[in-house]
Design a binder for this molecule. Structure first.
Ligand code: AMP
Ligand code: MG
Length: 209
């Protein structure tokens, strides 16, 4: 497969280019794109065939769940079952931004995404290319870092190319990512919130909220 590489202005994304990438996603293709944290590899969250391809090209074990990126806070109510008061507080404070929240999943979230768990990780990224792409695709985008499993998470398109060239449909070059480390992950499905992965949002910041 030939991987198309297109440059998009991270400050003012060219909408025609975003539409081209969104069309690929809608047709079941895979697109790598910048987020605020690291580059993500995305697919239409409701296209099981496309989601399977993510596991294949990354050589990722199928029991390791993927997260879903959304462009509108309200989408969380479609994908998650119980959005607690704590969750709402964290969403209001940290979205869009580098915080992934794990919720009980709603029925519409395919099990292939969650590794058969009844929970789902959701985040709204703070990056214009990512947000516009999700909006134009008109569907939540299942995402994971755009690297082969076990390799470093890519912070520029050149690193994505080294990992995935020839294996995915498109790489969007939107420059270096702002934060450079993967999102903080907090699980809100238990009685006590659990920090699953440290990131740029610290435990201290979370505790404060
Ligand atoms: P990556 O695929 O590199 O972007 O990382 C996504 C991370 O989110 C992985 O470490 C997953 O284990 C974690 N994750 C995704 N969904 C869930 C979930 N439902 N419960 C717990 N961890 C999750
Ligand atoms: Mg990763």
């Amino acid at each position: 497969m030939k991987t198309k590489i297109i440059k998009i202005n991270p400050n003012k994304p060219e909408i025609s280019k975003i539409k081209t990438a969104a069309k690929i996603l809608k047709q079941g293709g895979l697109v790598a794109f910048p987020t605020d944290t690291v580059y993500g590899l995305g697919a239409d969250a409701f296209n099981v065939y496309a989601v399977k391809k993510i596991f294949q090209v990354k050589k990722r074990l199928t029991n390791k769940p993927l997260i879903i990126l959304i462009a509108n806070k309200k989408t969380v109510y479609k994908l998650a079952k119980n959005v607690s008061i704590n969750a709402k507080k964290l969403i209001n404070k940290f979205w869009p931004g580098p915080l992934t929240i794990v919720f009980k999943k709603s029925k519409i979230v395919p099990e292939i995404i969650t590794g058969n768990l009844d929970t789902v990780g959701i985040r709204m990224p703070d990056n214009k290319i990512a947000l516009n792409l999700i909006k134009e695709a008109k569907t939540p985008i299942v995402t994971t870092s755009a690297n082969i499993s076990g390799k470093l998470s890519p912070t520029c398109s050149r690193h994505v190319k080294q990992n995935l060239n020839g294996k995915i449909d498109m790489i969007i070059d939107g420059g270096k990512t702002k934060i450079g480390v993967a999102s903080t992950i907090v699980d809100l499905t238990k009685n006590i919130p659990i920090l699953l992965r440290p990131g740029s949002i610290t435990l201290k910041q979370l505790k404060k909220i």
